[in-house]
Design a binder for this molecule. Structure first.
Ligand code: ZN
Length: 317
């Protein structure tokens, strides 16, 4: 069988204040800061990556920062509209207690039979913690959340769309996803071996306004492929099906192509390699500011512009 997309690689969102964002994703959700770098297109702004211990594809959450009130976005159609994270079903009680203790409002819902806690991040981006049984991924236990309760990575990528037909066709015909189940206006598909971290949920809502990029919104969803050859083959397939696709772009930690799916959500395909230890050792991930090579000569200026960040301590056991 030809290699193809195996699941989610990373999801990138836009936040306002980097310190509030860092405190929430590490201090409340317990993710590891795995890379501290700058936006490739605007080195005066941080690009922070969170994930499990190594930044395994499927666990990677990344943020750009657009400060100021005018940079607020609007959540709506044509976007990915929530971060959903997987935790063991037995850990939902731990998360209820933890969120309560930290003063984070949440509500409990059940969807596709899965107990889910819904909350907001500091930019009002919807977050869901989903109780999943049989997710064999390992969450990171080096932060404030013990390993047995840690978030293991994304559960699904939720897309909100005015209509799903074009997106479904792309998922099934070009991206090798398979239908899993449907409930009301939500349909779930899965890629590769299937299961948590390899799902996409399409939510159809013709009445919701179109989303606008800005702080508090998700910018794009990246899908994981095992190698460069698979990425190039997929790119040719998308082009042959009439989609506009970017050239392959070197993002230092992975190689990427970008395209807009028919429902207007920005998709990326990203390679598993080379990964986040290409420029830092595993125990030092996120410890220092890493710059794309072309910005190294102006490191001094960039460090002056970037706001200082308080970086969480890593527990050594
Ligand atoms: Zn990306």
């Amino acid at each position: 069988m030809n290699k193809s997309i195996t699941g989610i690689h990373h999801i990138t969102a836009i936040a306002g204040d980097p310190q509030a964002n860092l405190d929430f994703y590490t201090g409340v959700l317990g993710l590891r800061l795995i890379k501290r770098t700058v936006n490739f297109d605007d080195p005066s702004a941080y690009h922070l990556y969170y994930g499990d211990e190594t930044g395994t594809p499927g666990s990677i959450v990344t943020f750009f920062y657009w400060p100021g009130h005018s940079a607020r976005g609007r959540i709506g159609s044509g976007q990915s509209t929530a971060f959903t994270f997987s935790t063991p079903v037995e850990s939902i009680g731990y998360w209820e207690e933890r969120l309560g203790r930290l003063g984070v409002d949440f509500r409990r819902v059940t969807r596709f039979g899965e107990e889910t806690l819904q909350l907001d991040d500091p930019d009002h981006l919807p977050i869901e913690i989903v109780g999943v049984s049989g997710d064999e991924r390992t969450g990171w236990g080096g932060g404030d959340v013990p390993a047995e309760h840690a978030l293991k990575g994304f559960h699904t990528a939720e897309l909100t769309l005015h209509a799903a037909e074009g997106t479904e066709r792309l998922l099934l015909d070009e991206m090798h996803f398979r239908p899993v189940r449907r409930e009301g206006n939500r349909s779930r598909f899965e890629a590769g071996p299937g299961g948590s971290g390899r799902y996409v949920d399409l939510v159809v809502d013709p009445s919701i306004p179109s989303g606008l990029d800005g702080a508090g919104t998700i910018h794009h969803v990246a899908w994981s492929v095992p190698d460069d050859a698979t990425e190039v083959r997929l790119r040719e397939k998308f082009l042959a099906a009439g989609h506009q696709v970017s050239p392959v772009i070197d993002r230092d930690y992975f190689h990427s192509i970008y395209y807009r799916e028919p429902g207007r959500v920005l998709f990326e395909v990203a390679t598993e390699q080379p990964g986040f230890t290409i420029d830092e050792s595993l125990d030092q991930l996120g410890a220092s500011l890493r710059l794309p090579k072309r910005y190294e000569p102006v490191r001094g200026q960039i460090e002056k512009i970037l706001p200082p960040l308080r970086i969480p301590e890593i527990k050594t056991s």
